[in-house]
Design a protein around this ligand. Structure first.
Ligand SMILES: C[S@@+](CC[C@H](N)C(=O)[O-])C[C@H]1O[C@@H](n2cnc3c(N)ncnc32)[C@H](O)[C@@H]1O
Length: 784
């Protein structure tokens, strides 16, 4: 990078990163919420002036389509001070809670876009926690299936619906996302994040990605041993995180060159495993939030070499993709940087352009300065690949480097691969350890029994050290060396880089370092089953006490045990037979079409008893979970909660109610117990009232909803409250479907407080603090 540009980059690195967010969910929903931002909040913010100068209102980021990604540059003091900004902030918080907005760094949104995921594809996210990119991938697999299912269920033939992607499951996407993370706590953060998506084509696993198990597919007559290969793979690997310095200022104090040296091998093994698991013709994106070539181009070059060269895997030239995204080409030459000390002091930086030069310098030091030690993690493949004939050359310039100054973002590295042929296993395969073996087609078959053995930790590195767990948090030096680098000014750094080969450069005194984690993480608490608690509160609100359920949902117990032990615990995923009495009862009560599959319902207890909750998964999810759970694949999560059981006082024809999470999946196929609402004021009444509301013979007039409740066939139990898109006087563009509990003389809407607040704000711009407090403060007895 030219010196002037480097200074410019440094200037940006020293400034705060603008906040950014993305509209999420199905495209139609995302566009609607975006339009509320554009029509309600932006015009109110635009006239604000600070010290006579107009403020910068939130604005869409130009290289993302459809204005679905926005930047907020205004300072937080301004946001706190001015009411239109405060309103906007309230909207952001509410929509984030209800899953329509996701706060995410701009650069972090890029890797999934370069994957070109379409509905129907099988996708693996190898290092997925906390899950922001998994959410993007899930949305892409989902496509516009909500709309398609609606049309198919109302009689349109599937063939008539055009569009890219496989929706042959009666309008539903046939695709699958497997989101994986090696870390127990982080994998539960991931579950928390992806659960909000209510996406049945999703599995969360907890494995070391560098040894990711081969996933078996159900046997067929001619193919007894079939393994899943993925159409798309994201390897957003653990990295030293220097690209996040704007967001995580602690990077300045904690970063050391050894972070990258310690991570290179793990990154390489993860990438290699990803390329093995990829279909021929499939795409893999490798990404880091680091600018360090040892974690980036060096990993890319080494992986291609180990996989058999450019005839097997190619780097894709993406220069015509996202044309408005400013980027720099990948590096083709670089130096490897280490920092040495003697007894923790006398810090010196060394740069090497080849492994030979490094070894030479090491030998000199061994003789002349025996106390001074280099990292023992410098390997030949960390250096630029040597010159080769043109047809073997790896075009590293096709990698993409996003620097902070190019468009006021964090830094990121992205490389896109396409697999051209089965891989040639390299002789010294570094990513296959222990009992892994090679099949004929370059597939690594891992003996899962070995992996689950406590004696043989699959996460261990060559030297027995576990891979870094605190990722992007300036991975602690794997040599146990406590060095942190100094406060490099651009001049120091440049001087060091330009210095003669391997010569030591004194590095400025390090500032008082902070021991804070670099990246504040969301709560690492394992996910608890909130909706169960919600549902019991809802019932208590009826004055109906929940009978003691004899058995807890086993998964809750497991989560609690897991929390105590901090270790992975077994989860249960038991599918119910399609003629199970509970399924039969539910299908009859709600008059659910026979076209809706009955064989994909699952419970999460060891005995497979439908006692508390019934979950729904996609077909492929079911076949993968059922085929692999006994093979030792660690499934952490799958399934969308669809039915919840209540034992309440009084006779109920059907004790099962539809759960808010799953209602949109099944509603198009339901033809009984639907209550429609086309009045703004009635819907408003139902949303602001936390307690059961009486029908028109009682204290509140529920207009046409009240009339529907007069129908004697609508016996107590769960109903669906339905507001059609663009229906009646409402003018809402959203179709709304919510679970509604019908009591003998009253009803209540069964959604969480957060969702209720978000709906009121979105649909009615309801900001009345009395109403909001009434909902927020509702204790037991409210339906939220
Ligand atoms: C850069 S973060 C991933 C961020 C994530 N893709 C997102 O966008 O939210 C890297 C993740 O890799 C995980 N990790 C570290 N070592 C791993 C390994 N050997 N296998 C799988 N995951 C690993 C960490 O727990 C961490 O959550």
């Amino acid at each position: 990078m030219p010196a002037d540009e480097f200074k410019e980059m440094w200037r940006y690195l020293e400034t705060d990163l603008p906040h950014s967010f993305r509209f999420t969910g199905s495209k139609a929903d995302a566009l609607e919420v975006r339009d509320i931002l554009k029509s309600r909040y932006i015009p109110a913010i635009k006239p604000i002036q600070v010290d006579g100068q107009p403020v910068e209102p939130p604005e869409p980021v130009p290289f993302f389509l459809d204005e679905l990604v926005w930047n907020v540059k205004a300072h937080k003091k301004v946001i706190r001070k001015y009411p239109p900004f405060k309103d906007f902030q309230q909207f952001l918080v509410a929509e984030t809670a209800s899953g329509n907005i996701s706060r995410q760094e701009i650069v972090s949104m890029l890797p999934p876009i370069f994957l070109h995921v379409r509905p129907g594809m099988t996708v693996l996210d190898m290092c997925a926690a906390p899950g922001s990119k998994s959410a993007q991938l899930a949305e892409m697999i989902h496509g516009d299936e909500d709309e398609r299912v609606r049309q198919v269920a109302s009689g349109t033939s599937l063939e008539k619906l055009e569009g890219a992607g496989d929706y042959t499951d009666d309008g539903r996407s046939t695709g699958l996302l497997i989101a994986n993370d090696a870390d127990y706590k982080r994998s539960h953060m991931l579950v928390h994040q992806v659960k909000r998506l209510n996406f049945p084509n999703l599995i969360v696993t907890q494995h070391d990605a560098s040894n990711y198990p081969s996933i078996k597919l159900p046997t067929t007559e001619d193919q007894p041993n079939r393994y899943l290969k993925f159409d798309r793979i994201l390897a957003d690997v653990p990295c030293s995180g220097d690209g996040t310095a704007r967001k995580n200022p602690n990077v300045w104090g904690k970063w050391t060159p050894r972070d990258a040296l310690g991570l290179h091998n793990l990154q390489l093994r993860i990438l290699e495993r990803g390329l093995q698991l990829l279909k021929i013709g499939g795409r893999l994106v490798y990404s880091t939030c680091s600018m360090h070539p040892v974690e980036n181009e060096a990993v890319i070059a080494a992986a291609i070499k180990k996989c058999g060269g450019v005839s097997k895997v190619q780097l894709v030239d993406c220069s015509d993709e996202m044309p408005l995204l400013k980027r720099r080409p990948g590096l083709t030459s670089w130096k490897v940087f280490d920092m040495t000390t003697v007894q923790g002091k006398d810090k010196k930086a060394h740069f090497f352009s080849s492994f030979e030069k490094f070894e030479e310098r090491k030998r000199i030091f061994e003789k002349e300065e025996p106390g001074r030690q280099f990292s023992n993690k410098i390997y030949p493949d960390m250096f630029p690949p040597p010159p080769v004939p043109d047809d073997e050359r790896i075009p590293l310039e096709r990698c993409m480097r996003i620097y902070p100054h190019l468009q006021n973002t964090g830094a990121f590295f992205i490389a896109v691969f396409e697999k051209k042929a089965e891989l040639t296993p390299s002789k010294s395969e570094p990513n296959v350890r222990g009992s892994a073996s090679k099949s004929n087609e370059g597939e690594t078959n891992i003996n899962l029994d070995d992996l689950s053995s406590p004696r043989k930790r699959p996460l261990e590195d060559d030297d027995g050290s576990a891979p870094p767990r605190k990722l992007r948090a300036g991975a602690t030096d794997s040599d146990g060396d406590a060095i942190t680098n100094g406060d490099h000014s651009p001049v120091d750094y440049q001087a060091a880089v330009n210095n003669a080969e391997g010569d030591a450069v004194e590095v400025a005194q390090e500032p008082a370092g902070s021991n804070d984690e670099l990246q504040p993480e969301p709560s690492a608490e394992p996910e608890s089953d909130k909706s169960d608690a919600e549902s019991s509160k809802a019932l208590e609100s009826d004055g109906l006490s929940k009978k003691k359920i004899k058995r807890e949902d086993a998964s809750q117990e497991i989560v609690k045990r897991g929390k105590r032990g901090g270790k992975s615990q077994e989860e249960y995923f038991e599918y119910l037979p399609e003629d199970h009495s509970a399924i039969k009862q539910i299908f009859e009560f709600f008059s659910i079409s026979d076209r809706f599959p009955r064989d994909r319902f699952m419970v999460k207890n060891e005995e497979g008893v439908a006692v508390n909750k019934i979950y729904y998964t996609s077909k492929l999810t079911k076949s993968i979970v059922a085929t692999n759970k006994a093979r030792g694949v660690k499934f952490v999560h799958c399934g969308v909660a669809m039915f919840v059981s209540h034992s309440i006082k009084g006779d109920l024809k059907c004790p099962w109610r539809l759960q808010a999470e799953g209602i949109r999946i099944i509603e198009p196929w339901v033809s009984a117990r639907i209550v429609t609402c086309n009045s703004r004021s009635t819907l408003h009444k139902m949303l602001i009232e936390m307690f059961p509301i009486a029908n028109k013979n009682g204290c509140l007039d529920l207009e046409e909803v009240g009339e529907q409740l007069e129908n004697p066939d609508l016996v107590p139990g769960c109903c669906i409250l339905k507001v059609e898109a663009n229906g009646g006087e409402l003018g809402f563009k959203f179709p709304i479907v919510l679970p509604l509990w019908r009591h003998p003389g009253s009803i209540n809407v069964m959604v969480s407080k957060e969702e209720r607040l978000a709906l009121l704000l979105r649909l009615y711009n309801e900001k009345d603090p009395k109403i909001r407090n009434h909902i927020t403060d509702a204790k037991k007895g409210g339906s939220a």
